[in-house]
Design a protein around this ligand. Structure first.
Ligand code: MRU
Length: 336
């Protein structure tokens, strides 16, 4: 029997409860946040992560701010929104969720209305994942091995996940798909999180280091690549976890379909192409060591862009809740 779906975020006793993803897989520890700045810190440090989930965390943080005291509700909400917008720059869903909450507050919503709005975003995200899964599973060949990177699963959304939602949906339909998961240096979301949630659901999954993807494709071990996305420009260029672009180039070379699975709230119609997507640069220390242990000599320099951009021309299709979209994306994306 598979375990019930993990709940990476929730609202309990007027607090936001967050599963601390930096502790996984060693420990399932929950943080209880009563203040917006605690949630902002949790987003910045990746205790809560994944584009849809950080949008959800920000929505609950704003619901929390609305219940506070002192200034007028719209002022409290506006300063919470400023703090949250400054946490991580790439995930479109963060800004989408904040804007939705702020606009409700500006229209005169009460604290109770704003909590209901955050809950609505949560429910809608679960339904969106379900639809992405349904549309995407039709693309997965019988018994396929699916390559993925980072974690675009239940730990990254309010539902079953985007890329992993497709895999779950295929399995639920009786397709015995298997997963190869890239470990995802530097923070190992693939190893720590994707493997954790797939093993929990008894979905066959095998870990590879990021540099093994090329040889696995050359050996014919991969039938399809499915990844999540943090932000998609109007032309379909897609920002996702660092390493995704390399997988897309490899898939293109080997003639393997490369799909992006993402909700429409990840699409940023205001950006003409991927060169305009803000890419988060994180601390070099994340590359120079792991879990506080140095893996490079003292004084070494390191780069640490958290995301890269895959050009639309090597994306086979984008799996959304509205269906599977293909190029030209600027006409395929519905407005708003
Ligand atoms: O830095 P992270 O762990 O937040 O990066 C997450 C990803 O790159 C995911 O693939 C993306 O947010 C989609 S999650 C459904």
């Amino acid at each position: 029997m598979a375990a019930p779906r993990v709940q990476p975020i929730g609202w309990k006793d007027d607090r936001v409860v967050i599963l601390d993803q930096t502790r996984l897989p060693q420990e399932e520890r929950y943080l209880t946040c009563g203040r917006v700045d605690q949630i902002a810190d949790a987003i910045r440090t990746l205790q809560v992560r994944g584009a849809p989930l950080i949008g959800l965390a920000a929505a609950y943080a704003i619901a929390l701010a609305a219940r506070g005291e002192g200034e007028e509700l719209p002022t409290r909400v506006a300063s919470a929104a400023d703090l949250l917008r400054a946490t991580r720059p790439t995930a479109r869903n963060l800004f989408w969720a904040i804007d939705r909450m702020v606009s409700r507050a500006e229209q005169g919503a009460s604290a109770a209305d704003l909590l209901e709005e955050a809950r609505a975003i949560h429910r809608e995200d679960a339904e969106t994942c379900r639809r992405i899964g349904e549309h995407g599973s039709a693309l997965v060949p019988e018994g396929a091995t699916v390559l993925t990177i980072c974690n675009a699963g239940a730990l990254a959304t309010g539902g079953d996940g985007t890329a992993l939602g497709v895999i779950r949906s295929a399995r639920a339909a009786g397709n015995p798909v298997k997963v190869l998961a890239c470990e995802t240096r530097p923070l190992l979301q693939g190893a720590r999180l994707t493997l954790w949630e797939l093993l929990r659901d008894e979905i066959p999954a095998t870990l590879i280091t990021d540099s093994m993807a090329a040889t696995c494709m050359q050996r014919g071990m991969i039938d399809i690549v499915i990844t999540g996305a943090d932000r998609i420009a109007r032309n379909g260029d897609t920002a996702n976890k660092i390493g995704t672009y390399g997988l897309a180039v490899l898939a293109h070379h080997h003639g393997i379909p490369f799909y992006v699975a993402a909700p429409m709230s990840t699409v940023d119609l205001s950006l003409a192409d991927g060169s305009q997507i803000p890419i988060e640069e994180r601390r070099p220390e994340e590359v120079l060591g792991f879990a506080g242990i140095p893996t490079a000599p003292k004084g070494a320099l390191a780069l640490n862009p958290a995301f890269d951009v895959t050009p639309a021309e090597i994306v086979t299709g984008i799996i959304t809740e509205r269906g599977v979209l293909t190029a030209p994306y600027d006409t395929a994306f519905p407005d708003g």
